[in-house]
Design a protein around this ligand. Sequence first.
Ligand SMILES: Cc1cc2nc3c(=O)[nH]c(=O)nc-3n(C[C@H](O)[C@H](O)[C@H](O)COP(=O)(O)OP(=O)(O)OC[C@H]3O[C@@H](n4cnc5c(N)ncnc54)[C@H](O)[C@@H]3O)c2cc1C
Length: 212
Amino acid sequence: MPNVEDVAEWLDAPDRRALISWRAVWCVMAHVAIVGGGPAGLSTALFAAKNGLETTVFDTDETAMHYAHLFNYPAVESIGGDEFVERARAQIEEYGAERREEEVTAIETNGSGFVVKTDDGGIAADYVVLASGQSRGLADGLGCDRNDDGTVRVDVNMRTGVDGVYAAGWVARKDKVQAAISVGDGAAAALDILSAEKGKPFHDFDTPESVE
Ligand SMILES: Cc1cc2nc3c(=O)[nH]c(=O)nc-3n(C[C@H](O)[C@H](O)[C@H](O)COP(=O)(O)OP(=O)(O)OC[C@H]3O[C@@H](n4cnc5c(N)ncnc54)[C@H](O)[C@@H]3O)c2cc1C
């Protein structure tokens, strides 16, 4: 347990690592803002909310899933894109994620965090996950790099070069775009955030005993 001087020093420290440590000590939930409610954004939200992060999904409901019918999602023989989205929305809301049908118009940095703006107002967030499909403009405002093909540059954990900003799914890919791939990207981003928050590698492993 840190002493009072340590906490005071961390509060003065502008860097993310110190604030993460402070949150861990006082059990304050980090807030993840997700731009986009397609497979990438909904998957990010599922892993984040299920594991205790405050989670907000902003979505303009223009996911390509509205035009899809999946026969290639493992363990699911056949599902319409609309049903996929509806079921995933219900699933994240069961875990406490908030879904707002609002367009994110700008994202600004604010100290070590972010302010996510819509025409209806804004929220403060500790992490931002861009899951906005083929809309990539918000990444530029945050200073994220792009690849030559226009996609947002990320590493294997979907981190952009900007601390606390992730890009998952179509936003970070040109070709080979599938629902299963976007879902995987979203999971990777959420697990990386959870690992940062918990200060050690985090896996969302359940077992048969977890079933009520
Ligand atoms: C005709 C068609 C058929 C397809 N069939 C299949 C198939 O059979 N199998 C398969 O695996 N894949 C299929 N796909 C591909 C699949 O739909 C995509 O891979 C998947 O939707 C990508 O998910 P995503 O979350 O990365 O992006 P998207 O699904 O594009 O979601 C992005 C979301 O972000 C929102 N958004 C964007 N900007 C903002 C903003 N500023 N503020 C708030 N919200 C914002 C959009 O409204 C959208 O809801 C098909 C696609 C098409 C077009």
